[in-house]
Design a binder for this molecule. Structure first.
Ligand SMILES: [Zn+2]
Length: 245
């Protein structure tokens, strides 16, 4: 059984960085906030298709991520509504963001926007279309164009994240996609392992560029597509303090 839901992540972040998040469906859970103590800033890393059982299989390939693993309930099988839920703390039925275009019209504010409104510096590094939709809302947003070379795409996401970290944001959000792409392409487990190793190295490098009081939150957005096993209706959530690794 999962101990929390993806909609509980934004309320935990909001509490940590001291911004209000009215209307969230998720709740502040001590299971999460307890792991975020001694931190004053957050880097939220969304790893596409990092289902709970997928992560357990890939864990040996991701040696850098040594944080606490939490089984977290998914809210959607699709990336855009799932990420909107992670960022807003609302279920898809509440935020109604099903396509990138909906980001512009949704009345529900993400924790990034709430931070920005409170004068708390927020940054986001995602795919170009998503970044364009966020641009009007978040000052520090960088986009990476979609690419057939998803390993290079993730490397570009990492580079932009490191650039924006120099501006010292209190909250940063980024999204890695290689595992999801490889899963969609029906690649072998060895290839998924390669994608996971690459993402783990990116996270290690990002952690070299954050202050020690940064809380690193890594989560999947949904389980791997096509995997309908009962075991993988949840996603992985890994939390650690940068200074502790
Ligand atoms: Zn996804």
């Amino acid at each position: 059984m999962s101990v929390c839901s993806l909609v509980d992540i934004a309320p935990a972040i909001a509490e940590l960085i001291d911004v209000p998040l009215p209307g969230a469906d998720g709740v502040v859970r001590p299971e999460l906030t307890g792991l975020m103590q001694r931190c004053s800033r957050v880097v939220l890393i969304i790893v596409d298709s990092l289902g709970y059982s997928t992560y357990r299989r890939l864990k040996p390939s991701m040696p850098f991520m040594k944080g606490t693993l939490i089984r977290c309930g998914a809210v959607s099988d699709h990336t855009t509504p799932a990420i909107a839920s992670i960022l807003s703390g609302c279920y898809p039925e509440t935020h109604r963001v099903f396509t990138t275009a909906d980001v512009l019209t949704s009345s529900i504010k993400s924790v990034l926007e709430r931070a920005e409104e409170c004068g708390v510096k927020a940054a986001v590094v995602i795919e170009t279309d998503g970044a364009a939709a966020m641009k009007t809302k978040i000052e520090l947003s960088e986009g990476v164009p979609d690419s057939s070379d998803i390993i290079a795409y993730d490397a570009a996401i990492k580079e932009h994240a490191i650039d924006l970290l120099k501006l010292n944001p209190t909250l940063m959000v980024l999204h890695f996609r290689a595992i999801d792409r490889y899963a969609h392409e029906g690649r072998s487990f060895d290839d998924l392992t390669f994608a996971a190793e690459s993402i783990d190295r990116h996270i290690a490098e990002i952690c070299e560029h954050v202050l020690s009081d940064s809380c690193i939150i890594v989560c999947g957005d949904h389980p791997v597509h096509g995997n309908c096993t009962e075991d993988d209706r949840d996603v992985a959530l890994i939390i650690f303090r940068a200074g502790d690794v």
